[in-house]
Design a protein around this ligand. Structure first.
Ligand code: ADP
Length: 619
């Protein structure tokens, strides 16, 4: 017998499960059944692709002992596990997302019970109800079977065991005190019906039943085996026959989520292509949404046979938060990944699925604003990614994304912004940044608010890229208020020329003093309370964005900002009136640095800024 230590992350996970999921300990059965169902899926797939001969009936069997040492046994005739797979899958955390998730969690988060709902707890949940678990397994095509055994503390053992003569896995739970209630026919039946009714394989329960004579005296007992679940693919059933509860329970079976979904979309397409999709939107965004190695959430079936759950191309990546099932009648059963990616049928299903999802999102935005707000809180950002990924659906996506605004505290759509626009307003105005508080106090913004013009506040890192790649909404240009050229909307060419002429001499002085620290110096037509602001050249990223790019390790040539000055401001006037070069240099440098600080950006040489400031404070 080999004795082994669990990997540390397993001990962590076990602790976490036991502490946080306790009030829902009955979910262990759903988890074990769905593992069994996956193992049956894998075997069926092997049969399809390699023509392997498999048992006539793929099934899950459950039995229990009510007396003495109470046990509960869950058994399947699926793909099974070899000696090494037992070690790898049950001694470490197999599901890589779970492992990474755990690695990234702080100790504090590990004791927070809500977080665990975000991923499947899987096999280890068995230790909530069992003091010892034995897994006897025989991998398909192998002759030996092995027994893995553990009390779920820190060690497990593995030894050869002859008790399984066919491929598959038997899991025996030696129930602990809290688990004894599950050694009961009615309890098990109820749990199967509640959680696993739509697993595609039959689940049989074996139990002992008393026999009676015609006077109802017990004469003995007999062993009965009965199928408990409906064992039909839920997504193939009619919507009318299904309740929300059916949908929600099914979701928990196919996703790594133990919360109800936010909503679901069930579609049967018939006609030139025959397929069914059942899509779920998780209540909270999957934790790995922004990781490059996210796990796709959509499973592909062909004629109800599971094909893959590891294909990222089933939906475009901006819809990677969607969970669910695509079941096609037209794809070949032995479809390989290469075929899938160039397959016309698949491409068609994919594009109709995207259209369907987007149109359902739109419907919700119109009919159920409260739900839509929840949706936007979780998924606004991936939809924005769609704006530059999915050119074909850009208009639909433009209707779906939402932005913060100076108009109210709620999110707004571009459409409603447009409806609120002043009659003579020429463009849609926005300000990008990362800190909403800093953005709200931006001096640039103040001048728009004074004019009574609404400005969208875009504080998502990707907004700057996305919006500049879009350019227009309907026929309206989207213009950043902190970029050059935007203020031209409010001023005629002549007025502009007049202003620049008025400021010509001071502009020259400041330009000379700042050199290539600024791209240009221009006179503002709208600043009131401040002496100057920085804006970016219309083709450059904003100063804030440049900072983010730098932090992300992107190297780019120095892009100097444009300095917009208020020639009525006393400080600017002092520069204008001065002939003292030293004063002009220091004052200009201060002018630029304080404008950067107002935008939340650190001046290039903070020490110089402080020195200059000091000079002016003591005169
Ligand atoms: P997950 O199901 O999230 O991958 P689990 O901890 O539930 O994680 O299971 C770990 C792994 O053990 C599974 O991915 C699977 O490879 C294997 N496994 C679990 N139960 C069975 C089973 N009944 N038959 C075959 N393999 C199984």
């Amino acid at each position: 017998m080999e004795k082994k230590q669990f990997k540390t992350e397993v001990s962590d996970l076990l602790n976490m499960i036991i502490h946080s999921l306790y009030s829902h300990k009955e979910i262990f059965l759903r988890e074990l059944i769905s593992n069994a169902s996956d193992a049956l899926d894998k075997l069926k797939y092997k049969n399809l692709t390699e023509n392997a001969s498999i048992p006539d009936e793929l099934r899950i069997d459950i039995s229990f002992t009510e007396e003495g040492d109470r046990t509960l046994t869950i058994s399947d005739n699926g793909i099974g596990m070899s000696h090494d797979e037992l070690m790898e899958n049950l001694g470490t955390i197999a599901h890589s997302g779970t492992k990474k998730f755990l690695e990234n969690m702080t100790t504090d988060q590990k004791t927070n019970s809500n977080l665990i709902g975000q991923f499947g707890v899987g096999f280890y949940s068995a230790f909530m109800v069992a003091k010892k678990v034995e897994v006897i397994s025989r991998a398909f095509g192998e002759n030996a079977s092995y027994k893995w055994s553990s009390d779920g503390k820190d060690k497990y053992t593995i030894e050869e065991d002859a008790s399984r003569t066919e491929n598959g896995t038997t899991i025996i739970l030696y129930l602990n005190e809290e688990g004894t209630e599950y050694a009961n026919r009615w309890q098990i039946e109820q749990l199967i019906k509640q959680y696993s009714n739509h697993i595609a394989y039959p689940i049989y329960l074996t139990y002992k039943q008393n026999t009676y004579d015609d006077k109802y005296n017990v004469t003995g007992s007999e062993i009965k085996t009965e199928q408990i679940n409906m064992a039909n693919a839920l997504w193939r059933r009619n919507k009318a026959d299904l309740t929300e509860k059916d949908y929600n329970e099914f979701y928990k079976n196919i996703s790594y989520d133990s919360d109800d979904p936010m909503f679901y979309i069930h579609t049967k397409a018939e006609g030139s292509l025959d397929y069914t999709t059942l899509f779920y939107i998780p209540a909270t965004a999957p934790y790995d949404l922004y990781r490059a190695d996210y796990k796709p959430g959509v499973k592909l079936y062909v004629k109800r046979v599971f094909i893959t759950d590891d294909e990222k191309e089933l939906l475009p990546s901006y819809l990677r938060f969607v969970r669910g099932i695509i079941d096609s009648e037209d794809l070949p059963l032995n479809v390989s990944r290469e075929i899938l990616q160039q397959n016309k049928v698949m491409a068609n299903i994919r594009s109709s699925s995207v259209k369907k999802l987007l149109s359902e999102f739109k419907k919700i935005s119109e009919q159920n604003p409260e739900l839509y707000t929840k949706f936007i809180k979780q998924y606004n950002r991936p939809l924005k990614e769609g704006l530059y990924q999915d050119y074909a659906n850009r208009d639909e996506l433009l209707d779906l994304v939402r932005y913060k605004t100076t108009y109210s505290d709620d999110y707004t759509s571009l459409k409603s912004y447009k409806e609120r626009m002043k009659p003579d307003q020429k463009s849609i105005y926005y300000l990008t940044g990362t800190n909403i508080q800093a953005m709200k106090s931006s001096p640039m913004l103040a001048s728009y608010i004074n004019k009574g013009i609404e400005v969208l506040l875009m504080d998502d890192e990707i907004d700057d890229f996305v919006i500049s790649s879009i350019g227009k909404f309907n026929d309206l240009e989207l213009k950043a208020i902190n970029k050059s050229g935007t203020s031209d909307d409010f001023i005629t060419e002549e007025e502009k020329k007049k202003l620049q002429d008025e400021g010509a001499s001071v502009i020259e002085k400041i330009k000379k003093a700042l050199g290539n620290k600024v791209k240009d110096v221009v006179v503002s037509d709208s600043l009131n309370d401040v002496s100057a602001v920085v804006i970016s050249d219309s083709k450059d990223p904003t100063v804030q964005m440049q900072q983010i790019l730098k932090a992300m390790g992107q190297t780019m040539g120095e892009l100097s900002p444009v300095l917009e000055i208020n020639i009525k401001d006393p400080f600017v006037k002092r520069i204008s009136d001065s002939e003292d070069e030293d004063f002009i240099n220091k004052a200009s440098s201060l002018l630029l640095d304080q404008a950067l600080i107002a935008e939340g950006v650190m001046p290039k040489e903070p020490n110089v800024f402080v020195k200059n400031l000091h000079t002016f404070l003591i005169v």
